[in-house]
Write a protein that binds this ligand. Sequence first.
Ligand SMILES: [Zn+2]
Ligand SMILES: [Zn+2]
Length: 363
Amino acid sequence: MSNVIAHYRALHQIPELSCKEYKTADYIENALRELGYAPTRVGATGVTAQLVAGEDRPWVVLRADMDGLAVGEETGSPFASRHPGQMHACGHDTHCAMLLGAAEMLRGKVLPQNILFLFQPAEENTFGALEMIAAGAMPQDLTASFGFHVWPGVPYGVPATRVGALMAASDVFEIHISGRSAHCAQRSKGNDALLTAVDIVSAFEEIESHAEDKDSLLFCGSIHSGTTHNIVPGSAMVRGTIRTYSPADRQVIKSLLAKKVEDAVAARGTQAEFIWESECPAVMNDGALVAQLREVVPELAEAQPTLAGEDFARYQELAPGILIWLGTGDTPPLHNSRFFVPEQLLEKGVELWQRIAAHDWKK
Ligand SMILES: [Zn+2]
Ligand SMILES: [Zn+2]
């Protein structure tokens, strides 16, 4: 048995927001050092450690994400967050704990390939994986990457995944519209930014209907515009997201949206600046790799895809990879203030990591 539960309890109490995982990174680094590894700090809060089988061997990356959320914890757990207003409500603490447990159980073992334990910050804002890659954390001779995510709704203790898109591409945008304000009594002297925003957002459902996959989503979560009842609004801001499983649908929605913005500003005499806040591709699990995983993990269940995003997708752009959900059963949902992971599940994750690390993925 590993120290996974102790790691989980410690990390659960110190959740930190994306890009600010300093205490978490320190904890992970210390834990790895105590296990005899020589961890590397990547950027401000990323951590990696190597288990080398031989210099000529290929690499497999085992990844855990590290960040918490701006959610006030309401679980009543004796190991609840000590950071007010912040919580590990997405289970990333369990991911780190399970990977530390794996590092503990695997140390000293002679494996078929080199293993990189990769602790990645800032998954929630989808920038962390890109930063780890930009910082050169990924091995050159990379065979495959694997990641776990605890998953409510999948039966307790059951690992699940699927071939192809498991999680959607997530594109987040802001449209800044500028017009000209005027008294409402002389509205022809103004250019209405609010009506431009309304025109654009009203077209969202029609744009969505051009996607092949009917689950594809073009969503507006916020419009800000106007100050009072009798002034033509001179500015407006629309914020939303596109969620798609297929690159084709992603492209269709993006280009129809851009066209709609162009037409709306032309009709209203306004201007728009389009800003992509983040653009993360879909988590696409490689078919041949999943077939191998089924041999290693025969109890692997079939997962239903979700429109939530995950920047594990970035590692899959470098080499085949699989994101695996680990069922928490009938727990509250992710990002909920009462979300929890039954502690006994964590040893199952450690055991799965050991099986994955011991398999020869190159064969
Ligand atoms: Zn999350
Ligand atoms: Zn998450």
